[in-house]
Write a protein that binds this ligand. Structure first.
Ligand SMILES: Cc1ncc(C[n+]2csc(CCOP(=O)(O)OP(=O)(O)O)c2C)c(N)n1
Ligand code: SF4
Length: 501
């Protein structure tokens, strides 16, 4: 005897513990909201195609930000409008995954308008679900790029006008002008027939990706009874009577049957090939792996800050490159002020034995302040017990804190004495490494010539590194040492300088 089993899709969690452990069978959506139905169609399509285990859903900012409460797939939540960029990264680094974005109209058509345009234009092999409810639902019903002419919202209380606000954006029509997308369809959730055609579209858009066909886009016209201040039934009627006439239900493009599937494999690139391609052949051979050195290295966060021209960014690059030379994981990320020249600049550098999760340095272990604004900006951010190098040639004041180790070193004067004022960063590197013993001076000196384009400056910079080393030796007594020095290179191992946090 045939029977129909009605049950929740396997691609949903059994219980929505992330939403409410005590009320874990319901969603957080309002009654009559289109998101619930759209979720169901996606989960059922994943079940039918058997793809949930390979799938990653990128949720947006908006009412559906919490899609990860419900879908038992890989979940990543992106900043407002940025889901296509996040999905691009995911798909390219995990081409075997099924990567979907799920975005409201505020997210996709308003704030993320360019993101989606470029992802579509690149023909990323991903699937995009665009939930168009003609309003910003989550934030209380402001006008979106898709709000209809005459539509009253909290930010268009007299109704949207073409003169003030332009025309509602028809995203399918726009994207269908691009050569790259394979499949673009608009459907609606206002009645059972509409839902059934959405079901087909959703499944096809996911299958296309599994078949390597490229960018598929399904726009789903969805009711938002709360934002529209209607009952669920009125909202369904409004979709049919107001939205569909402006947003016609149709397939705008479908080359699914004729496109060849493409399955690009990640390219294995040898290190030296990559250096060459990126013109980064600066660093030469890495040193033989020194297990105790790398294993004992405690992650160290640096902030190099100063004004443009003091070489703080380059100083950071050299340090990072030297770390790489010693087989550490490294990151370097610059931050510039808006000025063309003479503005502020800083570099965050992380050296670690482990892969680095974020290259941002918020609480440095070591701060290098080359000028007053840098010290003012970052003094309070240094981790208690950290180290601050102050360029005392330029900064007259002392630190306000007493819970950090501070070295006042006249970096610019030392460099000037050697005839190269712009080399304060080389003095710094010498002083910093001599004081912390984090990396061998020899490695720093090995990197410097590789990064200097004007060869006549190489010797002068190497002398400046030595001058920094000497300054520490002559002026700083009782300095600390770390265990992170390769035994072959420097003095014997001593206690860890920066205990793991
Ligand atoms: C960068 C940024 N700008 C604004 C917001 C505020 N914000 C949160 S949700 C939202 C609207 C989302 O609307 P939509 O994408 O249409 O999704 P819906 O809530 O209707 O499903 C806005 C503007 C934010 N979180 N981040
Ligand atoms: S505000 Fe609108 S989009 Fe958000 S959950 Fe409620 S009905 Fe759905």
């Amino acid at each position: 005897m045939a029977s129909n089993v009605l049950k929740k899709a396997e691609s949903f969690f059994d219980h929505f513990e992330r939403w409410r452990p005590t009320q874990n069978q319901t969603t957080h959506y309002c009654p009559g909201c289109g998101h619930g139905n759209a979720h169901k169609l996606i989960a059922e399509a994943l079940d039918d195609l058997g793809l949930a285990d390979r799938s990653i859903l990128v949720s947006p900012v908006g009412c559906s930000v919490f899609a990860y409460y419900y879908f038992d797939v890989g979940n990543v939540q992106a900043a407002h409008g940025r889901a296509p960029a996040v999905a691009t990264g995911l798909k390219r680094s995990h081409p075997q995954s099924i990567v979907m974005t799920y975005q409201g109209d505020g997210d996709l058509a308003s704030i993320g308008g360019l993101e989606i345009l470029h992802a579509a234009n690149r023909g990323e092999n991903m699937t995009v679900f665009f939930i168009n409810n003609a309003i910003y639902g989550m934030t209380g019903g402001q006008m979106a790029a898709t709000s209809l002419i005459g539509m009253k919202t909290t930010t268009s209380p007299y109704g949207r006008s073409v003169e003030n606000d332009g025309w509602p954006l028809r995203v399918c029509e726009l994207l269908a002008t691009l050569p790259a997308p394979v499949y673009i369809e608009r459907c609606h959730l206002a009645d059972a027939k509409g839902i059934m055609s959405c079901r087909k579209a959703v499944k096809k858009a996911i299958k296309n990706q599994a078949d390597g066909k490229g960018f598929s886009f399904v726009e789903i016209l969805a009711p938002c009874p709360t934002g529209w201040k209607m009952t669920p039934l009125e909202a369904e009627k409004w979709v049919k009577e107001k939205m569909i006439p402006y947003y016609p239900i149709q397939v705008f493009k479908d080359e699914s049957a004729t496109r060849e599937g493409r399955f690009p494999q990640p390219r294995e690139v040898a290190d030296d090939e990559l250096w060459k391609a990126l013109d980064l052949g600066l660093f030469g051979e890495t040193h033989p792996y020194d297990e105790p050195f790398v294993k004992n290295f405690s992650t160290t966060h640096f902030k190099f800050a100063g004004f443009g021209g003091q070489g703080v960014l380059t100083g950071g690059v050299i340090l990072a490159a030297a770390g790489m030379q010693e087989n550490l994981e490294v990151s370097w990320i610059p931050s510039y002020g808006p000025e063309m020249r003479g503005g502020t600049a800083n570099a965050s550098v992380v050296l670690s034995k482990d892969p680095i999760g974020s290259p941002l340095v918020v609480n440095p272990d070591v701060l290098v302040a080359m000028n007053d604004p840098s010290l003012d900006s970052f003094e309070d951010t240094v981790r208690p017990g950290g180290i601050v190098f102050v360029n005392s040639s330029i900064i007259a004041r002392k630190l306000r804190r007493s819970d950090v180790d501070v070295i006042y070193v006249p970096l610019t004067d030392i460099a000037a004495e050697q005839g190269l004022t712009a080399g304060a960063n080389a003095v710094l590197l010498g002083a910093l490494m001599e004081y912390t013993k984090l990396l061998p001076i020899a490695t720093i000196k090995e990197i410097i010539p590789l990064g200097i384009k004007r060869k006549q400056l190489i010797d002068a910079n190497l002398r400046l590194v030595d001058a920094g080393v000497e300054w520490i030796q002559n002026n700083v007594k009782g300095r600390k040492q770390s265990v992170t020095v390769p035994p072959s290179k420097q003095t014997a191992a001593t206690p860890v300088m920066f205990p793991e946090k």
